[in-house]
Design a binder for this molecule. Structure first.
Ligand SMILES: NC(=O)C1=CN([C@@H]2O[C@H](COP(=O)(O)OP(=O)(O)OC[C@H]3O[C@@H](n4cnc5c(N)ncnc54)[C@H](O)[C@@H]3O)[C@@H](O)[C@H]2O)[C@@H](O)CC1
Ligand SMILES: Nc1ncnc2c1ncn2[C@@H]1O[C@H](COP(=O)(O)OP(=O)(O)O)[C@@H](O)[C@H]1O
Ligand SMILES: [K+]
Length: 529
């Protein structure tokens, strides 16, 4: 499990480590700087072979302090290092000031806002080098001042033009580490700000949600392991996790190690009218492939011929209205329902949503697409949501369901920590009283108690092929299948989301939604199931 931290959590851990006497702030800064240098050499092994050129940009806080350490260590490697400071050296925090003074013993400090010397970016003796951004890290509290922004952009652009690699210490400056958002107006600032970002102890939330801002993320150990456990998990330590590794916890549950088909649950997927039933069929196939013992597609009677012609292992039942659904739900073995994909938003469909949510057994229900639109439109349906439900909105559906929360998320972020997709999903789950999976390349899953996970399809896990019609329908089916198999709503959403990205990655370019369920068997085999 990869734990993601907020800046407040990281500060609390650092403060507890220092207060316990296990380490000093200065030693942590030294380890951080050393970690950055190690990461640079690991990322670009050729840089180790011969001295190069570094341009190091230091800010007014401890991020700048890390920068002084990096500058000193690279200089010790024989590099040509040019260091620029933004801020008043007299006002540096104590550890940063100590490292500033150490640097002053070996090299010059230039003014970050002053002249950029001629030839600065000419690559080093062996034609290579780095620009290190140590202006602001977790302490960024407000938007960068226009001059700082312009100057940083200039350093980045010139460095890039001259072929130097860009390295961000902890976070690319200007980005809020709790939300991954640019503080202030972000025109022209989207995209990758650093080839490599080196952070410490644990990744921050902002490395996984918001704008994808770094090409590669490396987390360096600075000896803080175990301190969080010793501190106890206080209010500042809300748990947030990257779902990427969670699958390991649950792979045992995914394995089919005996039993008969009813042991693995029965998922019911409700589909729409003739010509629109494909989305439901995709969800049904997803539910079956992920291992539900049985899957039934319930469709309007006039869609029976079309579906019968297209389905084999998935069973088919006519479901004319809410009463017909209620009759089907008399069978207690039907233990998960999924509705929304291609469903429609008329009176029949409203009736179906009411019947699924109003079911006395409070069965697990996945609501997606049109079902979400109906729930957004009709407060009486919203009021029926319960803890066994999973909502899977994309950004448009999220805004329909939770307009005020979406508005807060869309508003420019002006102070740190900024309102994040994590905050938004948590608020939505608390209001709905059920699990919410907020879709996107940085999918966030939250439950009403505040538990939260990020399933980021970023960097080495990028899966841009998922932006294809019907992939969300398959995801709804995956989650329904896992619910049928007895996963809790939160675990089903995390595991379904994770498998969705893995399946897309196994298939790769050219993916269409139909391929996702089929790619699962390869993912399962690789997991050793
Ligand atoms: N917390 C930890 O455990 C560790 C922190 N370290 C480093 O320390 C950093 C955090 O240090 P700080 O808390 O000093 O924070 P930063 O160095 O990120 O910046 C804080 C300073 O910048 C000012 N500031 C904030 N936004 C500004 C803006 N837009 N324009 C101008 N000034 C602005 C603040 O008033 C403060 O003086 C981390 O990112 C990391 O690089 C490391 O040394 C290792 C350990
Ligand atoms: N660029 C992307 N990278 C990774 N995942 C993505 C990307 N774009 C979309 N997705 C994922 O693809 C799915 C699309 O779902 P949705 O928007 O409901 O589409 P549809 O309604 O066509 O099925 C979601 O799971 C979303 O997280
Ligand atoms: K930085």
């Amino acid at each position: 499990m990869t734990e993601l931290l907020t800046s407040a959590q990281m500060r609390a851990i650092e403060a507890a480590a220092i207060a316990s006497g296990m380490v000093t702030g200065l030693e942590l800064m030294e380890r951080a700087g050393r970690g950055v240098v190690e990461a640079i050499f690991e990322e670009w092994p050729a840089l180790r072979a011969a001295p190069q050129r570094a341009v190091v940009l230091c800010g007014p806080g401890n991020n700048g302090g890390d920068g002084f350490v990096v500058a000193r260590l690279l200089k010790e490697w024989g590099w040509e290092v040019a260091l620029f400071l933004y801020g008043d050296p007299a006002r540096l925090p104590p550890d940063a000031r100590t490292n500033y003074l150490r640097w002053c013993g070996t090299g010059e400090v230039r003014d970050f806002l002053g002249e950029i010397p001629e030839g600065l970016f000419d690559a080093g003796p062996s034609g290579d080098g780095v620009v290190v951004d140590a202006l602001f890290g977790t302490g960024l509290a407000r938007p960068l001042d226009a001059r700082v922004r312009a100057r940083l952009a200039e350093f980045r652009a010139q460095g890039q033009f001259c072929g130097l690699h860009s390295v961000a210490v902890d976070m690319p400056s200007g980005i809020d580490s709790d939300s991954g958002r640019f503080l202030g107006e972000d025109e022209g600032w989207s995209g990758v700000q650093a080839d490599l970002c080196v952070t410490f102890h644990r990744p921050r939330v902002g490395h996984f949600v918001g704008e994808p801002s770094v090409g590669r993320l490396v987390v360096k150990d600075i000896g803080l392991d175990g301190i969080a456990d010793r501190m106890g998990r206080g209010a500042a330590c809300r748990e947030s996790t990257s779902a990427a590794d969670l699958i390991c916890r649950w792979s045992g549950d995914l394995r089919k190690s005996g039993g008969h088909k009813y042991t693995h649950g029965h998922a019911l997927i409700l589909s729409g009218p003739p010509g629109r039933a494909g989305a439901g069929r995709l969800a049904a196939r997803g539910a079956l492939r992920i291992g539900a013992g049985l899957v039934t597609l319930g469709c309007p009677p006039d869609a029976m011929p079309e579906n019968a012609a297209r389905l084999d292992a998935v069973m088919l039942r006519p479901v004319a209205d809410g009463n017909a659904l209620a009759e089907l739900l008399v069978d207690p073995r039907v233990n998960a329902v999924c509705l929304g994909p291609g469903l429609g938003t008329g009176a029949r469909e409203m009736d179906l949503v009411a019947a699924a949510l109003g079911d006395a057994q409070r069965r697990a229900v996945v609501l997606d697409a049109d079902a979400l639109t109906l729930v957004a439109r009709h407060p009486e349906l919203f009021a029926l949501l319960h803890e066994a439900c999973v909502l899977t909105p994309h950004a448009g559906e999220f805004a329909r369901l939770f307009p005020d929360i979406a508005e807060r998320l869309a508003a420019p972020a002006v102070t740190g920590p900024a309102f994040s997709r994590l905050d938004a999903t948590r608020a939505a789950a608390a209001r709905a009283g059920c699990v919410v999976l907020f879709k996107g390349p940085d999918t966030v899953i939250a439950d009403p108690a505040g538990r939260c996970a990020v399933n980021a399809a970023l960097r080495e896990r990028a899966a841009p092929w998922l932006a294809t019609a019907g992939s969300g329908d398959v995801l709804a089916g995956f989650i329904a299948g896992l619910l049928a198999r007895g996963f809790s709503p939160f675990d089903a959403a995390c595991t379904g989301g994770w498998l969705h990205v893995e399946a897309a990655r196994r298939f790769g370019p050219g993916l269409i939604a139909e391929d996702l369920p089929e790619a699962l068997s390869v993912v399962f085999r690789d997991l050793g199931l």
